[in-house]
Design a protein around this ligand. Structure first.
Ligand SMILES: C[S@@+](CC[C@H](N)C(=O)[O-])C[C@H]1O[C@@H](n2cnc3c(N)ncnc32)[C@H](O)[C@@H]1O
Length: 195
């Protein structure tokens, strides 16, 4: 099921709304990471820069075939051989790879959909104990030039409560400012054996 308000604007406009390298720096996405998963790749806005930084493979999924095709195309154009992108409904089918194998799982601009706790559980299942679930989202502020409606836009405190319901994700303070328009949250998986 395609998540509510998850349609994408034109690619150049979308990518003008982020300082991608600053976001990756502050979220701790660097060569200390091996394999990474991403739920909802969109245009590959983050997939390709993440693939450049990590030492392993990024496995990414999107429900829209055009988004997956674009991400693969961009990875190929960048000469990267560590991007695996597949069409998948991550809400109903979950993370498609081997559970508990990733150093990190990215939930970027996706937790405003239906059943955010379920997505957090899928992300928690992807990472090994000690692995990270990394969340970014639009600031809870109506002046942002884009972003889901305020009624469904998650506040950081709400995301932390949702993550606690998984029982295995622990928030790593602080709340990160990702100017101009986003915030970031990092969680560590304590164990996912019982999920
Ligand atoms: C707002 S975009 C964010 C994309 C990317 N994470 C980023 O920040 O640039 C959300 C993406 O999630 C995808 N999506 C929506 N529902 C999905 C589902 N059930 N399974 C997988 N992807 C989904 C949409 O097609 C869209 O590309």
């Amino acid at each position: 099921m395609k998540l509510r308000e998850s349609g994408m604007p034109e690619e150049d406009y979308w990518e003008s709304l982020f300082d991608i390298e600053l976001i990756l720096d502050r979220m701790g996405i660097d060569a200390t990471l091996h394999d990474v998963a991403e739920l909802g790749c969109g245009y590959g806005t983050f997939t390709v820069p993440v693939a450049r930084r990590i030492r392993g493979i990024i496995e990414t999924y999107d429900i829209e075939p055009a988004m997956v095709e674009r991400t693969i195309q961009r990875a190929q154009e960048a000469g990267l051989d560590n991007v695996r992108a597949e069409v998948r409904d991550v809400l109903t089918e979950g993370f498609g790879g081997t559970p508990q194998t990733k150093d990190a799982c990215l939930l970027f601009n996706i937790l405003h959909g239906e059943e955010p706790e379920r997505l957090l559980v899928h992300a928690a299942r992807a990472v090994h104990p000690g692995g990270r679930v990394l969340v970014i989202h639009w600031r809870y502020d109506p002046v942002t030039p884009r972003g889901p409606s305020m009624e469904i836009r998650p506040q950081p405190e709400q995301v932390i409560v949702w993550a606690q319901t998984t029982k295995i994700l622990r928030f790593i303070p602080p709340l990160l400012d990702l100017p101009p328009w986003h915030y970031g949250l990092r969680f560590v998986a304590t164990s996912s054996a019982d999920l």
